[in-house]
Design a binder for this molecule. Structure first.
Ligand code: PMP
Length: 318
C-alpha cells in the first residue's frame, strides 16, 4: 500500500479536525484605542461549523467509551437524544453520521430553515416542540422521551453534562493561552448552556488568576440571539455557576445585529448573531479599559458564521 496523507471520516479523521481554530484580530474596532486589542476565536472553522463541535465530541466520546452510546455487544444500537436549538444538534448529527449511531433531537419548531436543512442533510430525526415554550419546552420533551424509553436513548443532556464545560477547559482555554502567548487580560463569552464560559474561564483562571472573565447574556427571554439564554427566565443549566464571572453584560439584540453589520462591512467577516453580541460586549470592555488608561488583550468567541442566519432581515439594514 502506498503511504497516503488522507484521513478517514470514520471517527478519528473528523474528531481530529475539531478545535485548534484560528484567533482573528479584530483591529478595525480598536483603531482609535492604541494599547487595546480585541481577538476572536473563529469557531466556524470546526467541521460542523460551530463552537459546539467541542462539547458534542467530548460528550459523545465519553459516552462511547462508557459503552452507553453506539453498537452494543448484542448488535443492537443505542442512539443519542438531546434538546438543542441548533448548533449542538448539528454537531451531534455530524458525529452520529460519522461514528454510526442514530441522533434524535428535540427543538422548538421556529428554528431557522437553514438549521432544519443541515439536520435533515445529516439524517438526524427531529421531534418538534411548541415555539411558545422555547428551549425549556424542548428540554422537557427530551426528558419525557428518555423516561419512556431509557433503553433506546443515551440522553446527552448538554445542560448538565460535565463533559460540556470540560471540553473547553481542556481545549479552548489552552489554545487561547498559547495563541496570545499568555498575554490575554480579558475573556468574554455568551451564555447558552454556559459550557464555553465555564470551562474556558476555569482553566484561564488557573493559568493566570488576574484574567478578568465576563459573561454575556441576552437582556430578555425574547431575543434574537439564537443559542443564548437569559438565565433569570430559563431552566438554569446545572453546569452554570454565576460566581465564576467577574461581571456579566446583558446585551440588547439590536447591538448584536449592529456589530454583525459592522464586522461584515468594515472587516469582511460574516459572523453569526451570538458572535456579533460577544464582540459588542468585548468592545464595551475594551473601551472601558482604554478610558481607564490600561492596556488590554480582550479575547472572545465567534461561535459560528453568518451562514445559518442569512435569512435574518437585519442584513439588509444600514
Ligand atoms: N452561540 C451560539 C450560536 C450557540 O449555538 C451556542 C450554544 N447554544 C452558544 C453561543 C453558547 O454556547 P454555550 O452553550 O457553550 O454556552
Amino acid at each position: 500500500m502506498p503511504t497516503m496523507t488522507a484521513t478517514t471520516t470514520l471517527g478519528t479523521g473528523l474528531l481530529e479536525r475539531i478545535g485548534n481554530t484560528p484567533l482573528v484580530r479584530l483591529d478595525e474596532l480598536t483603531l482609535d484605542m492604541p494599547g487595546v486589542q480585541i481577538l476572536g476565536k473563529a469557531e466556524w472553522a470546526n467541521p460542523g461549523g460551530s463552537v459546539k463541535d467541542r462539547a458534542a465530541s467530548a460528550i459523545v466520546g465519553d459516552a462511547m467509551r462508557r459503552g452507553v452510546l453506539g453498537r452494543r455487544a448484542d448488535g443492537s444500537v443505542q442512539g443519542l437524544l438531546d434538546a438543542t436549538s441548533g448548533n449542538t444538534g448539528i454537531a451531534y448529527a455530524m458525529l452520529g453520521a460519522a461514528l454510526g449511531f442514530p441522533v434524535t433531537l428535540c427543538m422548538p419548531s421556529n428554528v431557522s430553515q437553514e438549521r432544519k436543512k443541515y439536520l435533515a442533510a445529516y439524517g438526524a430525526e427531529i421531534v418538534w416542540t411548541n415555539p411558545a415554550d422555547g428551549s425549556d419546552g424542548a428540554i422537557r420533551k427530551a426528558r419525557e422521551m428518555v423516561a419512556a424509553e431509557p433503553e433506546r436513548y443515551f440522553y446527552a443532556d448538554q445542560y448538565s453534562n460535565e463533559n460540556n464545560w470540560k471540553s473547553h477547559y481542556h481545549t479552548t482555554a489552552n489554545e487561547i493561552w498559547k495563541q496570545t502567548e499568555g498575554q490575554i487580560t480579558h475573556f468574554v463569552a455568551g451564555l447558552g448552556t454556559s459550557g464555553t464560559f465555564m470551562g474556558t474561564t476555569r482553566r484561564l483562571k488557573e493559568l493566570n488568576p488576574e484574567i478578568e472573565c465576563i459573561s454575556m447574556q441576552p437582556d430578555s427571554a425574547f431575543n434574537g440571539l439564537e443559542g443564548l439564554k437569559h438565565m433569570a427566565t430559563a431552566i438554569v443549566p446545572k453546569i452554570y455557576d454565576p460566581a465564576l464571572a467577574d461581571a456579566n453584560i446583558d446585551l440588547e439584540t439590536e447591538r448584536a445585529y449592529k456589530m454583525c453589520l459592522r464586522l461584515a462591512r468594515k472587516s469582511g467577516l460574516l459572523v453569526g448573531v451570538s458572535a456579533g453580541g460577544a464582540v459588542a460586549a468585548a468592545l464595551e470592555i475594551a473601551e472601558r479599559e482604554y478610558k481607564a488608561g490600561r492596556e488590554a488583550v480582550v479575547v472572545t468567541i465567534l461561535c459560528d458564521s453568518a451562514e445559518k442566519y442569512m435569512s435574518e432581515r437585519f442584513w439588509q439594514e444600514g
